[in-house]
Design a protein around this ligand. Structure first.
Ligand code: ADP
Ligand code: MG
Length: 260
């Protein structure tokens, strides 16, 4: 794997082989008679940035929502950090704190300033004292280049700035993975770059990220691995250069041609 160098450096020769942070095994999902995911297998190693591409309706969002159990699987397993999330014994609220999520629509709380948005879960969920929560939140805002906007109301920020605050909110709880569902699709094209730059920087910090995106250039330049989905299945996956230049499946080739 081409996982982040920080992780490789941290691993001593005696350390156990890296285990996946997240593993989807033979995942099935249907809504009524409509099969949306069919035997999806996917492994995400620590420090990897994996991009998922594919046509609209292929099940990408549903797959992300299954990763943190916003949807329940009809079959198969979701193993997060060694725990099977589909087991009824798992405390899903506890697990969700360790999984950050960033949506296409930033979903900031309009009645809270940027700092309040980022510190809310630290206070309410992690139950940190106010000052400690604020210090961590300010640090998260600094990591996305938004520290000087800590006191801004969401409505006064551009879409790109709002999305960066949403990313700060997702990373403030020190998640083991962050899931992104088309984080730049709702943005004015001139603002996309600033959000992608933040994601690139997070990857350099060693954050594990699963990113559904239509930004082919980003996937090609930054991803460790690209996964192509169609019709509820993983059609193929591989290093970006391989997948974009010599796709094995004609459906992948057709999709890439249409997007470029
Ligand atoms: P993508 O993100 O790749 O565009 P989605 O995961 O959003 O795909 O959707 C995959 C399919 O599942 C679509 O046909 C969509 O209409 C269907 N679907 C998604 N969520 C629901 C739901 N809650 N109820 C019924 N059908 C759904
Ligand atoms: Mg989607």
């Amino acid at each position: 794997s081409t996982a982040n160098p920080a992780h490789r450096a941290a691993a001593s020769p005696q350390a156990p082989a890296p285990y996946p942070i997240l593993e989807l095994i033979k995942l099935h999902k249907r809504f009524g008679d409509h099969v949306v995911l069919e035997a999806v297998d996917l492994r995400i190693e620590p420090g990897e940035l994996v991009c998922v591409i594919g046509p609209s309706g292929s099940g990408k969002s549903t797959m992300l929502r299954l990763c943190n159990q916003l949807e329940r699987a009809c079959g198969g397993q979701v193993i997060f950090d060694g725990q099977d999330l589909t087991s009824p014994l798992v405390s899903i609220d506890r697990v969700r704190r360790q999984i950050g999520m960033v949506f296409q629509q930033f979903n900031l709380y309009p009645h809270l300033r940027a700092l309040g948005n980022v510190s809310l879960a630290l206070k309410r969920v992690a139950r940190l004292p106010r000052r400690e929560a604020q210090a961590i939140a300010l640090d998260a805002l600094a990591r996305v280049g938004m520290r000087e906007h800590a006191n801004a109301w969401p409505s006064t920020l551009s879409g790109g700035q709002q999305q960066r605050v949403a990313i700060a909110r997702a990373i403030a709880m020190s998640p083991k993975i962050v899931l992104f569902d088309e984080p730049t699709s709702a943005l004015d094209p001139t603002l996309v770059g600033s959000v992608l730059a933040v994601m690139r920087r997070l990857r350099e910090e060693g954050m594990t990220m699963l990113v559904v995106t239509h930004e082919m250039q980003f996937a090609r330049a930054v991803a460790d691995r690209v996964v192509f989905m169609a019709d509820g299945k993983v059609i193929e996956q591989g290093p970006p250069e391989q997948l974009f230049t010599t796709p094995r499946d004609p459906r992948t080739a057709a999709f890439i041609k249409g997007e470029s």
